[in-house]
Write a protein that binds this ligand. Sequence first.
Ligand code: M6R
Length: 612
Amino acid sequence: MCGIMGYVGGDGASGIILNGLAKQEYRGYDSAGIALCLNGEIKSAKVVGRVSALARLVDDMPPECMEARSGIGHTRWATHGGVTVTNAHPHESADKMVTLVHNGIIENSKEIKADLTSKGIDFITETDTEAACQLLAHLYRGDALAAMTCLAKSLVGAFALVIMFKDRPGEIWCARKGSPLVVAYSGGASYCASDPTALLEFTHDLFFLDEGEMAELRPDGCRFFCFDGTRREKESIHLSWDSVMSDKGHYEHFMRKEIEEQPDVLRLTIDTHTILTSVSRERDLNLPVGMMKRVNRVQFVACGTSHYATLVARNIMESLDEEIDVSADVASEYRYRGVRGGDDTLAIFVSQSGETADTLAAARLARSKGTHCIAITNVRGSTIDRETEHTLLSMAGPEIGVAATKTFTGQISLLALLVMQLLKDRGTLSASDEARVIGGMRILPSHVHSILERESEIKSLAEKYSDSKGFFFIGRRECVPLAMEAALKLKEIAYLPSEAYAAGEMKHGPIAMLDEHLTVFAFVPDNDLREKTLSNVEECRARSAPIILLANEGDSSARDHANDVLYIPRTERELFPFTGVVALQLFAYHVARTLRRDIDMPRNLAKSVTVE
Ligand code: M6R
């Protein structure tokens, strides 16, 4: 949550910072602010609203502010304190010596505030961040490293802090514990940001701060320190993402662009990773040889859309190996459920951002139990990538829309291939299943392409049903995670009540809600469960609910059960979610567009959830 951008170099800082904030606005967008260092003064501008509003405010700052060669900026996702200009970052200490921005939560802010207030320091905001700011100013006696060291030791909680001292105009200081921060140096300037995508236009060689690390940024380079003040040599990580990948291009929304990129994501993942199944060895993942023969329990762990991706993977694993003990937990529950672990357990953690606090904490817990761990993430250099011994990178490229689309497709395709390799290593994947599923995956890009070509039909359907009071998405087995993901998309971007149910569960309660104003969207692939699902659909129809079906091409009798049918190409049974999700993403997108929602930055959300 929250986006941070810092710059110190030879160019005008304000434009670089505003540009960097705009690229990270999806991280949080309640309010925004900037502080510029100029002639021994720090000038700030803050606004409730978006970076575009901040840019207008910066235009009205005294012209000399454009000369500032260093500065810091922030977009906020409020945790402590309402969405007001006063609570917006950057915050300035009472003595004006320290100005800083923060991402995370300072858990002992109340204690710090009480202590400093008793010493006569006035607080003006409702934020936890101000405690860090005032404390740093209180600790600072002209030695920035010494003050930073004391501050880092005094703070409890999670923080990425980026700081300017009024009397140190050519320096920016950073500290990281629990919240991501990435640093770069290129051509006489240093930068820092919450998200690597904000820095790719300057360099692809990035320094990801580790837990308990600090950095000093100057125009001539960066120095890194541990929280105890000792120097640290640090290797940069090369990120091959292209900066144009994070451009909206001619699309109205990032989400729409990212939906369209899915055939490429599938193609790239399958081409790059079918090596996973081509050898019957743990070697590709560098896993201990023979591990899968010893493992008798597989746990998938993730949050949100990534969790639904793991449910798809769990179903594939169960469908290919009926003996294996496999579970899929949301990370925030896995941590407190007392799950088992150890050498006989493999846990697979999935996080697009690689920074989700609950998933990181769950992975740390699993490691502490001696569980074998694999991470799947879309961001090289992210915390989960660096902390997990075995990481697989999904091939989705940067995703900017807050609602996950192409990263879900990247995750499920990579997970399907990983599941097959693991079962092969275990000796339980039949050659016929392997050939069948891999063959099915290879034609997915063209299937997805043909769904994208039906956008106008999906758009008409979305417009027709956009005044519905709410939606039920129902299906069985492989369609249950698909229903969950479809309902989440509609909640996130259209703000419509939408529930996902295993179709057989409707009659156990939710059916009571149905009337002509609640739409039931049911998934009826042409497989062994079609008739049972259709019986559940009929039960809903009998309660006057309008029915939309997602069915396979050629299933003409599906029309007998519904008001509308959306047809998608046939796939192998396990792969129905891969195509279905694209149709449902487009449906949610067009409902939200009809309702004039803020699709790329839905209210109350942030792309990367770095608090627990
Ligand atoms: O970065 P992660 O995959 O760990 O994020 C997990 C969820 O926060 C994320 O999937 C969220 O549910 C998305 N907004 C879904 O569109």
